[in-house]
Design a protein around this ligand. Sequence first.
Ligand SMILES: [Zn+2]
Length: 325
Amino acid sequence: MLAFLPSKRKQSSSGWLSFNAPCCVHNGNSADRRGRGGIKVSDQGWSYHCFNCGYTASFILGRNIGFKARKLLEWIGVPENDINQLNLESMRHRSMEGMLEDRQREWNNTKPIEFKEAELPEFSDFVTPDSPAEWAYLRSRCIPEDYPLMVAATSRSGVVIPFTYNNQVVGSTIRFLDDRNPRYINDTQSGYVFGMDLQQTGWQHVIVTEGIFDALCISGLAVMHNQISDEQARLIRSLGRDVTVVPDQDQAGLALIDRAAELGWAVSIPDWPDTVKDINDAVKLWGKLPTLLTIMQSRETSKIKIELRKRQLEKKINRPREIDA
Ligand SMILES: [Zn+2]
């Protein structure tokens, strides 16, 4: 379009190109003879401002040419064919990323989040002091007494942990007490995040962890993996809270840090002693409130600081362990 601008023009140091504005006579003003029309061109398009009649117009590469921009081009003398050609090229410039973003946004706004109702595995009763092994196990892991957990009707002793969403059962896991593999048997649905129903109205923060017991003992969320799927991210975002991801302090946890930073979420890597690998370990040692405090104190939102903390953690993990004599 620069080819169509009047030949008499002036370039300012801030990048504005000024010339006699073509707009004024079309807006009931007298013609500009003092070079009061200005245009600034960038890689992303251009914007125009007239200091005589006040007309403004802009164009962004990747978008349709708007009404005012089209008018301006006409006044400058750009043929209609060329304007239409410019429009087509602009649309072709639309980046792949932009299109994917648009699609994601559309999908996010239209598809409701729901999970199918599920059956619980067989269980004999709720866990109470009458089932001493299961009761002691849950107490040792600092699980609140009011969360409904059941005694699994399996040959290995275990507890059934219901997965709920909107207070409906949508899955479950059995955690066996003997620590043999498999330690868990999961029945879960794609995109599910454990702990949504633990979040209370009015809370500003939500803590995202890997493990179910970490989530239970601190009223957080568990993604049950060292990854966070796009569906899970969407579910977590639907809470509208400030998200803080707390990775397990082991090799697998490093992947969760990268993903959290990618999602633009805060990460907290408290400087816990070697024996404390995750939130549950911390709660067992210090209790819920002090653990929450260490998490909030170590909360980092800047990507650079998150990366630095990750490298520190990496060093700590790979450091040779002291061996008892
Ligand atoms: Zn004007």
